[in-house]
Design a protein around this ligand. Structure first.
Ligand SMILES: [Zn+2]
Length: 80
């Protein structure tokens, strides 16, 4: 499921939004539209939270609101 996420550039610190599909534990590749620098967003820290959310919601309703990510995801320089 693609969703609009907000990112903050590691280089110029501008925030921008991109439609991205969230896959738990994956690393997203992003490119800043302001300065053009590429960056990565490590989603591994959120994969555990995802499982907890799914378990909680499974007992309640079938409409899972997706992954609970921070409002603004911070990016990191590539290759570190
Ligand atoms: Zn930038």
């Amino acid at each position: 499921m693609k969703k609009r996420h907000t990112f903050v550039c590691w280089n110029c610190e501008e925030t921008y939004t991109l439609m991205r599909e969230f896959i738990a534990g994956q690393v997203l590749n992003v490119a800043c539209p302001f300065c053009g620098e590429e960056g990565i967003v490590d989603l591994a820290p959120y994969s555990q939270a995802t499982e907890i959310i799914y378990r909680q919601t499974a007992a309640q309703e079938s409409s899972v609101p997706g992954v609970e990510l921070p409002d603004i995801l911070s990016t990191q320089p590539k290759g570190r």
